[in-house]
Design a protein around this ligand. Structure first.
Ligand code: SIN
Length: 311
């Protein structure tokens, strides 16, 4: 029997596919739709200490090759998501989940993580170090000193399973420097990648989204090669306990297969989920299983990270 089961930090997921934070995860109703689908898990919208309206609309647009967004972290507040994932823990036949969060400052991030630490929630947390869309706030993980500082402070008190959502890096030296920092900490996973920040999409003579005069995070087909490169670069550099979640440009079983071949333990779907809805998980799972069957692979371990090079 071909299986797409996977494991992160001791949590077993019956399927390696799930949503990416930001898509189908704002409300309990959306999260429930992913929970009821073929997805192996869900991640919540990134929760901040207080609820946020986010940026003015239009702030998300689908394009021929993907999407552009500048949502600005609209969310219902971290308590909403924390209460929900905690409640689900006690339900029968529930899946393990990911709570995404970040503060609007390092202090706020610590306040939120201490709240999670003191709560009954024992699932995974994804600390979002990569939102490109809050005016005046740079993507944290592009600042290695701040990233190192935050992680060193967090792991003094946070002992539950925690991973980080990363922006794409574009230089081999940056892969090396980032990996050197991440390897110092007991991270459960790194998620590569968030949108490619601050792109511009133009129709006729005008930008398509309102915030930041049209600058926004790019997702979909445009970013798959960058996402695969980041997954593989960190797979090569990180200690084996730190699992990789692959996100970016996944809309077919072949795309998911490539992420796993590059080293991903779990694969998230963003733009294509937004465009197709939660039924996408069944389609892509079947397509992935067909590829595995054709190649004689029974489990993800049979090909994870086994990308071939040309000698
Ligand atoms: C947003 O809310 O702006 C998108 C979230 C993200 O890119 O982290």
């Amino acid at each position: 029997m071909v299986s797409t089961q996977t494991t992160i930090a001791g949590f077993t997921f019956t399927n390696c596919l799930m949503n990416a934070a930001g898509v189908f995860c704002m409300t309990k109703e959306e999260l429930e739709a992913v929970e009821q689908s073929a997805a192996g898990s869900f991640v919540t919208k990134t929760g901040t200490l207080a609820a946020r309206q986010g940026n003015p609309e239009p702030r998300y647009v689908d394009t021929e090759l993907g999407s552009i967004n500048s949502m600005g972290l609209p969310n219902l507040g971290v308590d909403y998501y924390l209460d929900y994932v905690t409640e689900l823990q006690y339900k029968e036949n529930t899946k393990p989940h990911f709570l995404s969060l970040v503060g609007m400052s390092p202090d706020e991030t610590h306040t939120i993580l201490k709240k999670v630490m003191d709560s009954d929630y024992n699932g995974l947390v994804e600390l979002n170090l990569s939102c490109p869309n809050v005016p005046g706030k740079p993507q944290i993980a592009y600042d290695f000193e701040t990233t190192n500082q935050i992680l060193s402070e967090v792991f003094r008190y946070y002992t539950k399973p925690l991973g980080i959502k990363l922006p794409p890096y574009f230089d081999i030296v940056h892969f090396d420097q980032a990996a050197e920092i991440f390897n110092q900490y007991p991270l459960a996973f790194v998620n590569c990648v968030n949108s490619v920040g601050n792109g511009l999409v133009i129709q006729d003579e005008t930008v398509v989204i309102k915030p930041k005069n049209g600058f926004g995070g790019i997702g979909g087909d445009y970013i798959k090669p960058t996402a695969l490169a980041n997954v593989h670069a960190f797979y090569q550099r990180l200690k084996p306990e730190i699992k990789i979640i692959g996100t970016g440009g996944v809309k077919t079983g072949r795309d998911a297969f490539e992420h796993i071949l590059c080293g991903a333990s779990m694969v998230q779907i963003g733009t294509a989920l937004h465009q197709e809805g939660p039924e996408i998980f069944e389609r892509i799972t079947n397509e992935l299983k067909d590829i595995m069957t054709e190649k004689g692979y029974q489990s993800l371990d049979d090909f994870r990270g086994k990308l071939n090079y040309i000698n």
